[in-house]
Ligand binder design. Structure first.
Ligand code: AMP
Ligand code: MG
Length: 336
């Protein structure tokens, strides 16, 4: 059976593949220029352009399905947003590139849909810091039905199937469909899908942990404690975005934990930052829960309001990972 015979899969894969081309071009054409450290304009352009594209494609493919996405058109509707809008137009495919500004803003705000019984959720550029560094980032599009992720597609333009950086910037498409499996394909041509399987590694000395590149996205002390408690030996790999889940689902890492840093303590985890990655790992044979072992609840709105953090593993090492996380809560960091 051809995976793309399924209309939902076909829409999600084609849209993410098209969006990846926008990401590649923006990184190539706008990142090369001398940018001040604070200048986030390239990622802003990519974010908006990919959200516009996805909204337009969704309206054609599934006109009654809501889209729940990260961006809002507020900035673009102001006079100072005009130059950004001009830039966005350069990266949109025809005929979207000929649309009126008001229609483009409306397409962005189409992403303000309500999370209900069935909806799509999009992170147009997950890992914005990675995007700006020229490192890993991902486009993440998921279909949620009945509080569960039904389908997810992740586009990682800078990640090779080997789990290493892709110097050609073709990158990898990851696809997961609930109950059917998880696959990866080089993001060009006809997409030759390969089934994904997590690793079966269990011995502490062979376990590889992968975590956020940005120290502010995690609790560094807690992660160090977890690493030592589990007796790990491999240095943790640092990576931006849900590309981490692609690496875990491909059997190239075993543990991925999102803990809140003290700065991020009150910040709740957004559904579009986790939906695709979690289904990928589960469908590749791994396990995903929150840090207390509860299943993730994608039916609580735009954030994982009923969960604390996220723990994803190859399944084999899930019990001891949760046990070590429990020790963190009860032990040395109790007052933190
Ligand atoms: P990262 O995986 O570090 O590239 O982060 C990807 C996305 O998740 C970004 O939108 C971050 O703001 C968000 N994020 C990362 N860590 C946390 C956390 N501990 N709590 C809530 N959101 C987070
Ligand atoms: Mg994100």
């Amino acid at each position: 059976m051809n995976l793309l015979d399924d209309p939902e899969i076909r829409f999600a894969v084609r849209t993410v593949a098209e969006g990846m081309e926008i990401g590649r071009r923006v990184q190539k054409e706008l990142l090369g220029k001398a940018l001040s450290k604070e200048d986030r304009s390239p990622v802003t352009v990519a974010d908006f352009a990919i959200q516009i594209l996805t909204a337009a494609r969704l309206q054609q493919a599934f006109p009654t399905d809501p889209l729940v996405a990260e961006e809002s058109s507020e900035l673009l509707r102001r006079p100072e947003g005009r130059p950004v809008l001009e830039q966005i137009l350069r990266f949109l495919p025809a005929p979207l590139a000929q649309e009126e500004p008001a229609r483009l803003c409306d397409l962005i705000d189409y992403g303000h849909g309500e999370p209900g019984a069935r909806f799509w959720t999009l992170d147009p550029v997950d890992g914005t810091k990675g995007f700006l560094r020229g490192d890993q980032y991902a486009l993440a599009l998921a279909l949620i039905e009945g509080a569960k992720v039904k389908l997810g597609v992740l586009g990682c333009p800078n990640l090779a199937a080997s789990g290493e950086e892709d110097p050609t910037h073709v990158g990898t498409l990851f696809l997961a469909s609930r109950g059917k499996g998880a696959w990866a394909a080089r993001a060009e041509g006809e997409f030759h899908w390969q089934a994904l399987h997590v690793s079966r590694r269990t011995r502490p000395e062979e376990i590889r942990m992968i975590r956020s590149y940005e120290a502010s996205h995690t609790h560094v002390d807690h992660m160090k404690f977890l690493y030592e408690k589990l007796g790990l030996r491999h240095p943790s790999r640092l990576m931006d975005s849900q590309a981490k889940y692609g690496v875990l689902a491909s059997g190239q890492a075993e543990i991925l934990v999102y803990l809140s840093s003290s700065a991020a303590r009150d910040r709740q985890i957004k559904i579009w930052d986790q939906a695709v990655g979690c289904l990928l790992v589960e469908e590749a044979g791994g396990r995903v829960t929150d840090v207390e072992g509860a299943p993730l609840d994608f039916g609580a709105g735009k954030v994982l309001a009923n969960n604390r953090g996220v723990t994803a593993t190859n399944g084999c090492v899930h019990p001891q990972t949760l046990e070590a996380l429990r020790a963190i809560q009860q032990g040395p960091f109790k007052k933190n």
